[in-house]
Design a binder for this molecule. Structure first.
Ligand code: UDP
Length: 321
């Protein structure tokens, strides 16, 4: 049964992959994106595209009658969130609140929201379950957590069927849909820039962590596995409930392991140099995703690090022509 859906931020990395998977599953998709960080040519050709602000455009658009909203549009640079907090409280919290109000006004029944592992902050336990305390260490995580709280209230008060998905480290690509940030801060795309010759070396942020090889460990999840969790979330969303699920591979990989996988996949030596730790980086962030497996029937299928890197590398090379 095809659904009529609005995808905010559908011209961005995760949003574009998810919109493509939704279109291919037979859903009717309208992408709303202001192109502040997204790319018009990342919108699937069979999706309708409206350029504009998620709250303003989606707000009036919802009048047409939709089955649900997948809300990806957000400001998502951790460093910038610390130096320009207003941009994050406005762009994330205020925008999402306007969107929630419009959904309520027009009776849009379902919401799937892009949340993040940054809502947990420095973890006390590993892997991290959804029941772990939420103490974000940066403004980005604080804004996503605030939106989660707002969604909970709207579900309780107005019967919204809502699911928040807390992403760990999203990586990989889906054919021509992949990661193309103007300001790139993520490890895998940066290492691949070294392999293409666009960057001289990769900096290893800290080699004094309490981990086996002393570099930080993260849970890299393939963007297609992540996108598919959104399709399941839509299906399982229940009126009046706000459910929260972690999405990760369940396996951690260190910075050195990632660099080594990139060397193997690209055949490039990828020079690396140790640099100081990046402020606010926890040593280990790994998801416990049992809840998503049990309640959504989700199972990540692209868990091999080399496979994730290979898809990202093919995407990187195709963009370079
Ligand atoms: N990292 C690194 N060098 C870089 C970029 C990232 O060593 O040039 C490390 C970073 O400190 C973290 C891991 O790689 O331990 C993943 O960082 P990323 O920014 O990709 O994602 P985050 O975990 O911060 O969301």
């Amino acid at each position: 049964n095809a659904l009529k859906l609005v995808v905010t931020g559908g011209a961005g990395y995760v949003g574009s992959v998810c919109a493509a998977r939704l279109v291919e599953a037979g859903h009717q998709v309208t992408v709303v994106d202001d192109l502040s960080t997204g790319h018009a040519d990342a919108v699937h050709p069979d999706a309708r595209f409206i350029e504009g602000d998620a709250a303003e455009v989606a707000g009036s658009l919802l009048r047409e009658g939709f089955d649900g909203v997948l809300h990806f549009a957000a400001k998502s640079l951790v460093g910038e969130s610390m130096t320009e907090p207003a941009k994050y409280w406005e762009g994330n919290v205020v925008t999402s609140l306007r969107l929630l109000e419009a959904m309520q006004e027009h009776g849009t029944p379902r919401l799937v929201f892009s949340s993040t592992a940054a809502t947990y902050g420095e973890p006390e336990q590993s892997p991290i379950p959804e029941t772990a305390p939420t103490r974000p260490t940066n403004t980005y995580g604080a804004t996503k957590l605030a939106i989660d709280a707002a969604i909970t209230s709207f579900a309780a008060a107005h019967g919204l069927a809502a699911v928040s998905l807390r992403y760990f480290n999203v990586a990989g690509a889906y054919g021509s849909f992949g990661e193309r940030h103007t300001t790139e801060t993520h490890l895998i795309p940066l290492v691949l820039q070294v392999a293409t010759g666009d960057r001289e070396r990769i900096q290893i942020f800290g080699d004094d962590y309490p981990t086996p090889d002393h570099t930080a460990v993260r849970d890299y999840i393939h963007v297609v596995d992540l996108a598919d969790a959104h399709l399941l979330a839509l299906k399982h969303a229940t009126a009046g409930e706000h459910r929260i699920y972690n999405l990760g591979n369940g396996t951690g990989f260190s910075v050195l392991e990632v660099i080594e996988a990139c060397r193997e996949v690209t055949g490039h030596p990828v020079p690396a140099a140790v640099a100081p730790r990046r402020a606010g980086d926890p040593s280990v962030l790994v998801a416990a995703s049992d809840r998503a497996r049990e309640e959504l029937g989700w199972k990540p299928e692209r868990t091999d690090l080399a496979g994730i890197v290979r898809d990202a590398w093919e995407f990187t090379q195709s963009r370079r022509g």
